[in-house]
Design a protein around this ligand. Structure first.
Ligand SMILES: [Zn+2]
Length: 304
């Protein structure tokens, strides 16, 4: 049934999933659509916006269009994000910090100061350990935060290895494919260095915690490293047609952001998620033990 006179905003990435939408006009990062009343309409109001920071970092704003409640992920350059929050009248409920490294957590205190100067309410600063700058809420594995608005849930996934305090955040709203913010644990076609952890831990992170999420879960990572990662993937799995096709696609538009990927796509193209199943990788590592393959692969990538 058609709802006269109502305009809904949907993120560009969700357009394809709403086949009954009629295009009205495009503006900025989002397109405006007049919508038929469908069951998917309920899910059309979770927006995810990415921002570039430093040389290759990503920051994200997640917001609920009904309640205007929002969360930011790793706002290391908060002055780039504040105008977006102000213009849309968003209230910031959470700063979601993936881990304590300065290029992820280093903007937390400044963002709190800037919000205070605006007279805005103080958001909770979530993180997995006390080294996270200005952390006010220590979260643990599988902990759920109070939702954004009535419908956007956020679940914390502890993924120790790159750092021991690393948390990924799984964000879901009915009618949307889920989204997971993976910081420096899972990159598109790669993974973070094992600064504070072991190959066993990265196997648990990638094969169990993240690898078992729904295949349509969108992956929003902490850095734009995709093209180099895919080149490495092609070198260790030269017969993987999915890797070659994705590498070609990414090289054809060298300046475009490659986020989001999906868990399903990563299971096909990310060598670090394929350590338990790829004969080529196992040959390369001289072992069929996923932990040994993970260790060998990381070592090779460190000098690639
Ligand atoms: Zn890091």
């Amino acid at each position: 049934m058609f709802v006269a006179g109502r305009i809904y905003q949907v993120s560009v990435s969700s357009i394809l999933r709403f086949s009954k939408l009629i295009h009205l006009e495009s503006s900025g990062h989002h397109c405006q659509y007049r919508n038929f009343q469908t069951s998917s309409l309920k899910g059309a109001k979770m927006i995810i916006q990415h921002f570039n920071a430093w040389s290759d970092n990503y920051m994200y704003v997640i917001h609920d269009e009904d309640s205007k409640e929002s969360a930011v992920v790793d706002p290391v350059e908060p002055k780039k994000i504040l105008p977006y929050l102000r213009e849309r009248g968003l209230s910031l409920k959470y700063i979601l910090t993936t881990h304590s490294h300065a290029d992820h957590a280093g903007g937390n205190s400044l963002l709190l100061q800037l919000l205070q100067a605006d007279g805005a309410p103080k958001p909770q600063v979530c993180g997995g350990g006390s080294k996270v700058q200005s952390v006010s809420r220590l979260v643990s594995h599988n902990e759920s935060l109070e939702p954004l608005g009535s419908a956007i849930s956020i679940r914390c996934l502890h993924t120790p290895c790159h750092t021991q305090d690393h948390i990924c955040y799984l964000v879901e709203r009915p009618g949307h494919s889920p989204a997971v913010f993976t910081g420096d644990t899972l990159f598109i076609a790669g993974c973070g260095r094992f600064f504070e952890g072991s190959p066993e831990q990265m196997c648990a992170n990638l094969l169990d915690t993240l690898g078992r999420l729904a295949p349509d879960t969108r992956v929003y990572c902490g850095h734009e490293y995709t093209r180099k990662n895919l080149q490495f993937a092609a070198s260790v799995e030269p017969d993987n047609a999915d890797v070659r096709a994705k590498l070609e696609r990414c090289l054809a538009s060298p300046d475009s952001p490659t986020i989001p990927s999906t868990i399903g796509e990563e299971l096909l193209t990310n060598p670090f998620m394929r350590v338990g199943e790829s004969a080529a990788l196992q040959r390369c590592a001289g072992s069929s033990d996923p932990v040994k393959v993970m260790a060998a692969l990381r070592k090779q990538k460190d000098s690639f």
